[in-house]
Ligand binder design. Sequence first.
Ligand code: PLP
Length: 449
Amino acid sequence: MENLIELDKKHFIHPTSSIQQQQANGAKVIIEKGEGIYLTDRNGSVFIDAMSSLWNVNIGHGREELADAAAEQMKKLAFSSAFSTFSHEPAIKLAEKIASITPVGLNAVFFTSGGSESNDSAIKLVRHYWKIQDQPNRRKIVALKRGYHGVAAASTSVTGIPEFWEMAGHMMTDFTHADSLYGKDTEKAITSLRHTIEVEGPETIAAFLAEPVQGAGGVLIPPADYFKEIRQLCDEYGILFIADEVITGFGRTGKMFGMENWGVIPDMMTFAKGVTSGYIPLGGVIVSDYIHHVLKEKSAGTLFHGFTYSGHPTAAAVALKNIEIIEQEGLVENSRKMGGELLKGFKKMKEDLDIVGDVRTIGLLGAVELVQDPDTNKRFSPDLKVASKVIEALHERGVICRPVTFDSTDIICFSPPLIMNQTQVNTLVEKLHDAVLSVQKQLVNSSII
Ligand code: PLP
């Protein structure tokens, strides 16, 4: 058998990874197969994919219907341009379908190949919108600390995690970040946002951009009033509101789109990941009827923004089949129901163990925080790498999960496929319980707790 580990080291620069760690240790897992909620590596070890890979494989792995939809479309028309006056049925049908499932008043879609391109596109579109509205000074984008929006030029800068800007220097101008909701204090977060807007100058701000639930920031679920207040604040200052639904779209939070949990309609929504359940790259921006109206009235000449793969016919055909499966199998409802069951399991675990802090879910998006003292929420020293140890213990027990450790937190994130059933939820919770207990014992043995 070819030595894939050596070839990987020699030729493959991995995304969001440590190149030195790869060279020292090689790829730890080489996945070969996916079926349902499970991934199998080339040694035959089976894992629960408790993150849906990168929060995206919403309908689970190995669905032949999607492979068939791709094959059928490829045989008929694998690719053709959507630039200028060309169009094709799959993209038209997908735009119509997305308009029919997004909140009212969002009906026109610009397609991309992923989340980063979607956020860059949204940012360019809002700036264009203000330019043709004779307010070219409205260029700034306000976002939130701990927000993650991707790694293209503008999406890196709108991301509120400094490590991403520092990798290649610094972030671009005209981006700023208010406090995130970590801590659940709506009033404090809204005050920070208002302050940021006033310091920057509302007449210079094009849009506020945020995830309905900050995912990579640690699954931060806002309280009921948060987005209503944000919407009011944006309206007060005439600022557009862009919701980044890249993780939260397509059923993840127990609603088709995350923002529906707060009954708030943004001016634009960006999406990717779950639109195809990751079977093929696709993303997009959906814009409000008003923005679309302004574009139709005032965007003279060519809109100089378009990707070769904007509206890719094969990707569109896969997305249509994926959305059909989400609807026909009631996966939005299942996400809500199983998310509730997952939370019950987390809460029981919190009662039984000593190092479990806040636990939360919204649909099948959840987090478990590990803390030194759950009563005071005192965190562990980052040197102890508690979250990473739990991830390692989970791995040994056949679960793939993800830690978040910004700002000295130890958060374990969960985003399993929306097809999870009760037995699988129970197994996941049992394995998590066991993994956390094993790390807790280590901490007791080293007299840390
Ligand atoms: N927005 C959010 C909320 C994300 O979580 C991600 C990726 O994880 C992105 C945008 C970027 O998407 P992509 O990696 O497809 O460019």
